[in-house]
Design a protein around this ligand. Structure first.
Ligand SMILES: [Zn+2]
Ligand SMILES: [Zn+2]
Length: 252
């Protein structure tokens, strides 16, 4: 799997970091996790084709994880040089269908084309993983918003987990168990924690308990954004630690 952190930022307007977006190239498919503001332009900046997207998954419904689905689908309809024929899958956690219905009421005429848009809603608990061509998708509740879930991709070569927004969560630990790479939010410094989010000590606790080989820190508020963030995590975690930046690419 080839992963790109398109946006590593948050709700705070910040030139250095776009809002949340992660693109995974797995098997023959392009999967997108979250589409915060700036994600579509960020894909271009990272050398990715926004029109190549096959499946979109949302961790939760906060605008800094969802709003760029509007310009992306609008562009697929009116801004592409080639007409799209293959289907687009759009998936989010319950009550995603209600969220999508509201969006369709306002912008649906412009966001849906002649190609099939297949919209689905995931229950908070994953009963059985979903087989996608070349990888397997599972998920688990995260501790942030009522609907929040974290995702895991298992492919030949390894497992990748993306937490979305969360604070410490046993179900995220279980989901991440033995994964090769955990892309995990680290919103605030330990000195100024905020409910619903992680600080370096919480990141270290999840990563250690899950026994992952590598963590990559994302969803960085400006208050937490310092080069010392990885060493703060390293106090309680032995694996490899990277601080994401927009456009960071790695393989799993
Ligand atoms: Zn967020
Ligand atoms: Zn959020």
């Amino acid at each position: 799997m080839q992963i790109t952190v398109v946006g590593s930022g948050t709700v705070v307007p910040y030139l250095k970091r776009r809002q949340s977006c992660v693109v995974a190239r797995a098997g023959a498919q392009t999967l997108v996790f979250d589409l915060g503001s700036g994600a579509v332009r960020g894909m271009l900046r990272s050398g990715l084709d926004p029109f190549a997207v096959d499946r979109i998954f949302f961790t939760h419904l906060h605008p800094d994880h969802t709003v760029d689905v509007v310009p992306l689908l609008f562009a697929m309809n009116y801004g592409a040089s080639e007409e799209r024929t293959r289907p687009l899958h759009v998936t989010g956690p319950e009550p995603f269908l209600r969220f999508w219905g509201s969006l369709m009421e306002v912008w649906g005429d412009w966001m849906t084309g002649d190609y099939a848009t297949l919209v689905s809603e995931l229950p908070h608990e994953c009963q059985s993983p979903i087989d996608l061509a070349g990888c397997r998708l599972s998920w688990a509740p995260a501790e942030h918003r009522r609907e929040s879930i974290a995702y895991r991709l298992d492919a030949e070569g390894g497992a990748f987990v993306y937490t979305g927004d969360t604070e410490y969560s046993e179900s995220v630990v279980e989901l991440a168990r033995g994964a090769d790479t955990l892309l995990i939010e680290c919103s605030f410094p330990d000195e100024t924690p905020v409910p619903g989010h992680l600080t370096p000590s919480g990141v270290a606790r999840i990563a250690s308990e899950a026994g992952v080989d590598r963590v990559i820190l994302t969803h960085i508020y400006p208050a937490a954004d310092s080069a010392s963030l990885p060493s703060d995590v390293a106090r309680n975690y032995d694996g490899e630690i990277l601080l994401a930046e927009d456009g960071l690419q790695f393989s799993v």
